[in-house]
Design a protein around this ligand. Structure first.
Ligand SMILES: [Zn+2]
Length: 262
């Protein structure tokens, strides 16, 4: 737009552009900020008190391996049954919140409604939840979309979250390192074993970008962790390409409340 104005040399156009810019500035100041979940006016930036109260931030005690919250503290270093019975390829997973109503609203808004303005706040919460992982990390890798899905959504929500965490932590995002080499079904509605076979072999590290993760400690970034099958498939691909370690940081994780904590 600025280039248009400059090249046209029309004083009228320049004036109109300047006026539009000024009007936008006034609007930015005059409009109250809205809660990123329910769109009610809110003081500052983020979620309103009601939505904040409904978000379930994950705090200790949790499984040091999978990040699954424990109902009671089993003592330092004790793993969940899931981590012992079916250890994933990744070293550790952490999530900012449980995947429930408000979390789902935020994830869907980011994913399907182009609400990229949500990414900085979600990334901030993720950076806090993943402090331990980020403290040891060399590089962030977002879970890639298949290009067709990426095209229809226009951008990758995991990429947006990874960029927000990059800004928070200073740890760089390795772009286009991990690729989805075959289309996968939506994981929603699939059983645990179907999820695993759906994503098995679906990811590959791009050979010309492999040096960006070789010998490095990677934090894989995604929006939601359900069974962990996608994260596990990505971690396998990264480790095969000789990443030193892979941890997983997500915005929200599904927590099966019916299972005993340990
Ligand atoms: Zn709200």
């Amino acid at each position: 737009m600025e280039a248009d104005v400059a090249s046209s040399g029309s004083f009228g156009q320049t004036l109109r552009a300047a006026w539009a810019h000024a009007a936008r500035l006034v609007l930015d100041i005059a409009l109250p900020t809205l809660c990123i979940a329910c769109r009610e006016p809110v003081a500052g930036v983020g979620v309103c008190a009601a939505c904040w109260a409904k978000l379930s931030f994950i705090a200790p005690p949790f499984c040091p391996r999978l990040g699954i919250p424990f109902v009671y503290d089993p003592g330092p270093g004790l793993l969940s049954m899931e981590a012992i019975a079916d250890p994933p390829a990744y070293a550790r997973a952490r999530a900012a919140v449980r995947y429930d109503d408000v979390a789902r609203t935020l994830v869907h808004a980011l994913k399907y409604h182009d609400r990229t303005d949500l990414a900085p706040a979600m990334g901030r919460w993720m950076a806090r939840a993943g402090e331990e992982l980020l403290g040891e990390a060399d590089v962030l890798v977002p879970v890639p979309l298949h290009w067709r899905r990426g095209w229809s959504r226009r951008y990758n929500q995991s990429g947006a979250l990874a960029r927000a965490i990059e800004q928070q932590s200073g740890i760089p995002v390795a772009r286009d390192v991990l690729r989805r080499i075959r289309p996968t079904q939506q994981q929603i509605g699939l059983s645990r074993s179907q999820r695993a076979s759906n994503v098995q072999g679906a990811f590959k590290v791009s050979p010309e970008k492999a040096h960006e993760i070789q010998g490095r400690r990677v934090v894989l970034v995604d929006d939601v962790l359900t069974s962990g099958a996608t994260s596990d498939a990505c971690a396998r691909a990264l480790l095969r390409a000789r990443a030193a370690q892979v941890d997983v940081l997500v915005f929200a994780r599904v927590v099966d409340t019916h299972k005993a904590p340990i």
